[in-house]
Design a binder for this molecule. Structure first.
Ligand code: LLP
Length: 434
């Protein structure tokens, strides 16, 4: 049996259960492909983060990076757990508004926020704008004047740290499109401009070094750098940072060879570094903010598929094709991301065949798992790919005009449909005839 599944997750019928609900019943009721979240895993991870901060007795904000999975129900869940959220677009903000999420707990990120987006954020009184660039300072200043209001801001800097992760997932190195550079003096200039804007209240600074990071060192270095910059800003500008935000990026286990620390262990080390470094330079202990996305929703998500056709060519690895693919999970095709799958209708069955688990999209690159070790598969079997909760549905597309899947929340033996499957009619509802 796959080591990511324990025996309590298999019921008397010998089926995988998710949040106490039989995965095969879910597939029958809602169809496949289907994304299912084990809600208690999401709650537990948010609580684990909160507990670390409480234990360490520091002020904090756990801000769920909602790009990992954005849905009305997800924002409502974050609200129930007392988390803040990061949004990066009018669309995510709109979804949070529809969810009744408290706007004062919204942090607005993005490296090219439009006038429309900034107006929407200001008019709805979001908690904080995470300032990324000079153009944004200008736009925001204009919007604040027009709306005769003030707002809290946090400055995003690039700490000059290259995280060991996929190139597309690196953001903290000097050569990055995000945030203000330190060495060239950009970050200082940004602070000066913001201090001159009476309607902007700078709270502190932010850095996000990348995503799916396993090494502690990058986070410690980033935390140290942020404190150093804060110390410099006190000296030069008499500015005291009340907030240090270290971003997200805590790596999760996708496959056997991944051995990440527990997400909260990263946070423990970050807190220790910030405590140590602020004490050295005699800065007051700031509020520490984190922005985890993947670590909150990734391990909680399962993608269910039905096996369809297969192709065997002698001497080559066989292809077994499911009813989804790169339209509901682009990560293997885009990043070479790896996953593990299990046979949901019989997870205990001996895995003794190596196959390529292919998607149904018209691209050779649409392989969900290369060389997957699985039991022999038959048409109609239900496959569960594990740990698909982050950046799966949120990056889904209608490529080949396939509808995006439904999403279900499962908890304590009960299932709740939280996003409907797109219908064929949905696929054409924006089209106009000639
Ligand atoms: N904060 C900021 C400013 C970010 O840009 C991100 C992710 C996060 C927090 C959350 O990072 P997480 O804890 O989820 O690693 N589509 C890619 C991931 C892109 C991450 C973008 N930024 C993937 O599927 O791997």
């Amino acid at each position: 049996m796959n080591s990511q599944i324990n025996s309590e997750e298999i019921n008397q019928e010998g089926h995988l259960t998710i949040g106490g609900v039989d995965a095969i019943e879910l597939a029958q009721e809602y169809g496949t492909p289907l994304v299912v979240y084990d809600v208690s895993k999401i709650r537990n991870q948010i609580r684990n983060f909160e507990t670390i901060f409480e234990k360490e007795k520091v002020n904090y904000e756990v801000s769920y990076a909602s790009k990992a999975f954005s849905a009305i129900a997800m924002y409502q869940l974050a609200k129930q757990e007392g988390a803040a959220i990061d949004v990066v677009s009018a669309g995510e903000l709109y979804t949070a508004l529809k969810a009744g999420f408290p706007m004062e707990k919204v942090n607005f990120h993005g490296n090219n926020k439009s006038l429309f987006e900034l107006e929407m954020a200001v008019k709805n009184h979001v908690g904080r704008i995470m300032i990324d660039n000079f153009h944004e300072i200008e736009l925001l200043s204009q919007v604040l004047k027009e709306n005769k209001t003030n707002i809290d801001v946090v400055l995003r800097i690039t700490p000059g740290i290259s995280a060991h992760t996929h190139e597309y997932d690196q953001t903290g190195q000097v050569d990055s499109k995000f945030g203000f550079d330190l060495d060239s003096g950009q970050a200082d200039e940004a602070l000066k401009q913001v201090l001159n804007e009476p309607r902007m209240n700078p709270l502190g600074l932010h850095a996000h070094i990348g995503s799916q990071i396993f090494e502690l060192n990058g986070f410690k270095m980033a935390a140290k750098k942020l404190v150093q910059v804060a110390a410099l800003w006190r000296e030069k500008y008499n500015f005291i940072a009340q907030v240090i935000n270290v971003g997200g990026g805590f790596g999760i286990k996708y496959v056997e060879k991944d051995e990440p620390l527990k997400p909260e262990e990263f946070v423990k080390a970050i807190i220790a570094t910030i405590k140590e470094e602020t004490a050295k330079v005699n800065l007051p202990m700031p509020e520490i903010d984190i922005e985890p996305g993947r670590s909150i929703v990734g391990p909680a998500g399962y993608s269910l598929y039905t096996v369809g056709s297969s192709k065997v060519v002698s001497g080559l690895t066989p292809y077994v094709t499911v009813d989804g693919g790169m339209g509901d999970n682009i990560r293997p095709a885009l990043y070479g991301a790896e996953y593990e799958a299990i046979l949901a209708n019989d997870p205990n069955k001996q895995a003794d065949e190596v196959i390529n688990l292919a998607g149904k999209y018209c691209e050779s690159g649409d392989i969900l798992i290369k060389n997957a070790l699985l039991p022999s598969l038959h048409t109609g079997d239900i496959i569960a790919i594990l740990d698909t909760g982050a950046y799966g549905y949120s990056m889904a597309s209608n490529y080949n005009r396939n509808p995006r899947p439904a999403v279900v929340f499962a908890e304590n033996g009960k299932a709740k449909l939280v996003i409907k499957r797109e219908s064929l009619e949905d696929l054409v509802h924006l089209d106009q005839s000639l």
